[in-house]
Design a protein around this ligand. Structure first.
Ligand SMILES: [Zn+2]
Length: 241
């Protein structure tokens, strides 16, 4: 099963022996023709065509990606012990590769599980004269409630920060079907408040949430999120320059 959109999934069934009874919810799209041809079509469409990354002017932009936490501070600890520090580092590294392929210069504030205070994260961005700053985090709910899931993106000030947040939020929702849209919000987090360029802090899901945690522990989902964030960034760079 693959999530195509917030409210759309595609389930592939190979040689189903029985037909379906409609239960009044959703839509069954029957594919005609032979299975091989259908399979090719499905493979083509499932390649996340809608996530095709936009092109931007090469060697023009510099982006700082900030994987939250690290070292003695693992961040949120989720269901099954999955750690925020590991999840966000993974996602950040993939974002770096994707953006680099598009000719965007990317600097990660940390590349392994090291302790890094907030001020040096900000200094890296301010000193490299980055165009944008994107901090990646995963959430935990108070009391580790499994029914709380969702994604949200924060900015501190300015229309540019808000636009960047909106572009990223839209894309990460598309790859997280069923997980609530907690919205684009203003937040006073140190790293987005003290960086001089448009800056956002992305919460890619709740490690304590039943739905989000199951996804965030998988590399396939981390890749999808990285694609989504890279797409939001590229769209922003293309528009605002
Ligand atoms: Zn965090």
């Amino acid at each position: 099963m693959v999530g195509l959109d917030q409210n759309r999934w595609r389930i592939k069934l190979f040689n189903p022996k029985y037909s379906f009874k409609e239960i009044g919810e959703g839509l069954v799209e029957k594919k005609r023709g032979n299975i091989k041809a259908n399979q090719n079509l499905i493979n083509k469409k499932n390649n996340y065509g809608y996530l095709k990354l936009p092109e931007v002017k090469r060697n023009k932009f510099q982006v700082v990606i900030d994987p939250g936490h690290g070292g003695p501070d693992p961040g949120a600890i989720g269901i099954g012990g999955v750690r925020e520090t590991d999840v966000v580092l993974d996602v950040s590294k993939i974002i770096k590769n994707l953006l680099s392929e598009k000719g965007v210069k990317v600097r990660l504030t940390r590349t392994n599980d090291v302790d890094l205070d907030l001020p040096p994260r900000v200094s890296i961005a301010n000193n490299t004269d980055a165009d944008i700053f994107v901090s990646i985090h995963a959430n935990a709910s108070r009391g580790k409630r499994r029914d709380i899931n969702g994604l949200e993106t924060f900015y501190y000030r300015g229309w540019r920060g808000r636009l960047l947040a909106k572009r990223i939020q839209k894309q990460i929702l598309r790859v997280s079907p069923g997980s609530p849209d907690r919205g684009v919000k203003q937040g006073r987090f140190y790293v987005i408040k003290n960086t001089r360029m448009p800056a956002v802090l992305v919460e890619i899901g709740f490690l304590t949430g039943r739905l989000d945690a199951r996804r965030l522990e998988k590399i396939t989902h981390r890749k999808r999120l990285a694609y989504a964030i890279a797409k939001g960034i590229l769209e922003y760079l293309d528009k605002v320059g």
